[in-house]
Design a protein around this ligand. Structure first.
Ligand SMILES: CC(C)(COP(=O)(O)OP(=O)(O)OC[C@H]1O[C@@H](n2cnc3c(N)ncnc32)[C@H](O)[C@@H]1OP(=O)(O)O)[C@@H](O)C(=O)NCCC(=O)NCCS
Length: 190
């Protein structure tokens, strides 16, 4: 990710004397990898929003995050990683997006800020589309993606087998990034 920073601050809603919690969204660095793996493992422990379930091998996960650092952004608060987003770039011009926010930091705008940065990164890189898969029950994530312009493109029924044996549906969502002029099919139309 480019070194451009997206700075955001959450505002305590309706509670004047609460401290304003601040976080910064910035490009990930390979040195963030272990902290990223630890947040990832904590979210996996919830067995709810992301596909990975425990146990997470922190060392292996950190190595994977280090390799993908140039296509990742992180949210940092008080020197701690509290959220992350990664775009897996396909050679066909689209990017697959994955993200998460630490449980204690949700509902404060971190996910929105990460997603804005991820979309900007994908545009800067010339990707024509971002896509993702989200569990059908994940109303918070689906609301965030819809709010950011993603549309539902389909449902994968009983797709993910969980450790419990349950089979979970996922929703496929996409966000076109290219202008109509760069789409040969659209350009050909009147
Ligand atoms: C989904 C997730 C990334 C959202 O991050 P977040 O920091 O809480 O998001 P924000 O505070 O920026 O909220 C963004 C929007 O999400 C929606 N949202 C957030 N929490 C919600 C909730 N509990 N219920 C319904 N919608 C919710 C709202 O539309 C909100 O926008 P608004 O504040 O303008 O109303 C976070 O909940 C998370 O990490 N969950 C676990 C991992 C996961 O599910 N990752 C996505 C896998 S596809």
């Amino acid at each position: 990710m480019p070194a451009r920073l997206a700075r955001s601050a959450s505002v305590a809603r309706g509670c004047e004397d609460m401290p304003v919690a601040e976080f910064v969204v910035r490009a990930a660095r390979s040195g963030d990898a272990r902290a990223m793996a630890e947040v990832f493992a904590a979210v996996a422990q919830e067995r709810d929003g992301i596909a990975t379930e425990p146990p997470v091998d922190i060392g292996q996960q950190a190595a994977q995050f280090a390799r993908g650092a140039d296509a990742s952004v992180v949210a940092v608060a008080g020197g701690r990683i509290v959220g992350m987003l990664h775009v897996q770039v396909s050679r066909f011009g689209f990017g697959d997006l994955a993200m998460l926010v630490d449980g204690g930091w949700r509902g404060r705008g971190v996910g929105s800020a990460l997603l804005r940065a991820g979309i900007e990164w994908a545009r800067d890189r010339g990707l024509h589309k971002l896509c993702l898969e989200v569990f059908a029950h994940n109303t918070a994530a689906i609301a965030l993606y819809r709010k950011s312009g993603f549309a539902e493109e389909g449902r994968r029924v009983r797709q993910y087998r969980r450790a419990s044996g349950e089979l979970w549906d996922s929703i496929v969502m996409g966000l076109p990034l290219a202008s109509a002029a760069s789409d040969p099919a659209a350009a050909g139309r009147g």
